[in-house]
Design a protein around this ligand. Structure first.
Ligand code: OOG
Ligand code: MG
Length: 261
């Protein structure tokens, strides 16, 4: 096994054992390329367990997220079918380390998108949009990491919930995005916080994926990145995200989560 595979295995084991590990950057000097190779190797491990790639996500596309996590470069990660949580479902914290949730916009692609797609081509590639919630769960202690750490950790991808798909509005900017927990508003932002327009996040995703030798595929889901900071999940929470004109998406956290309950 080479170093890349060993580090991917450490992250994968942290996921499977729901036990955080020290950031890889504490003991290893990783380039951004190394970090994406570790991410790729960790996805290969998931694929070997039967998980299927269903899309990709962008990270740090809004200032709120960059400030909250102290990382200022856009990154991308990969989504598998096993990460999807049905709209309205309940999750158990036993399956996570220290999960957080954040409101997002999701795109579904009707055809592939190449690296240098124009804004018009990106819009044309969108089959449908939906409000979404991402459940992020860093495999690192204290949810603290460097840029290369978080890339290797598949951009903290852990779960995602997608609301009802609808046709894409002509203008995706200026839409209010909110996150409520137990009916109390906790985060509020605008779709314009995502690179000025979430469409730009889709274009960036196509560019970054191409650098890794991948192209965004027809049928794939794409998460544009959170417009606001993330919120920690606790037992008994009912989480609801809303995007203007797109409606709501929700999930809840089971009360029966912690040791022996
Ligand atoms: C990394 C993932 C960032 C987003 O929407 O900006 C992200 C993290 O915050 O742990 O998903
Ligand atoms: Mg996110």
């Amino acid at each position: 096994m080479n170093n890349i595979d060993t580090l991917a295995e450490m992250l994968d084991n942290a996921t499977l054992r729901t036990t955080a590990i020290a950031p890889l950057s504490q003991g290893h000097e990783l380039t951004i390329d190394d970090a994406y190779r570790i991410q790729q190797a960790s996805i290969a491990r998931r694929a070997a367990r039967g998980e299927r790639l269903v899309g990709i996500k962008m990270g740090f596309t809004s200032k709120a997220k960059m400030i909250q996590m102290g990382v200022h470069d856009q990154i991308w990660g990969q989504l598998t079918d096993a990460m999807q949580v049905s709209n309205g479902a309940s999750i158990s914290l036993e399956n996570y380390i220290h999960p957080r949730c954040e409101p997002e916009l999701a795109f579904r692609l009707k055809h592939a998108l190449s690296a240098n797609a124009t804004e018009a081509a990106a819009l044309d590639a969108i089959e449908a949009v939906a409000p979404a919630i991402e459940i992020i769960d860093s495999r690192y202690e204290q949810f603290k990491f460097s840029l290369t750490d978080v890339i290797a950790d598949n951009a903290s991808s852990s779960g995602f919930v997608i609301g009802d798909w609808m046709p894409c509005p002509a203008d995706l900017s200026g839409l209010n995005v909110t996150l409520a927990i137990n009916s109390v508003l906790r985060q509020s932002g605008s779709s314009s916080a995502i690179l000025g327009n979430p469409l730009r996040s889709l274009m960036a995703a196509a560019r970054l994926a191409a650098q890794a030798g991948m192209a965004l595929q027809a049928g794939w889901i794409m998460l544009a990145g959170a417009a606001t900071s993330a919120e920690e999940l606790k037992p008994g929470m009912e989480v609801d995200a809303h995007v203007d004109g797109m409606g709501s998406v929700k999930f809840s956290v089971s009360l029966l989560a912690l040791r022996g309950d």
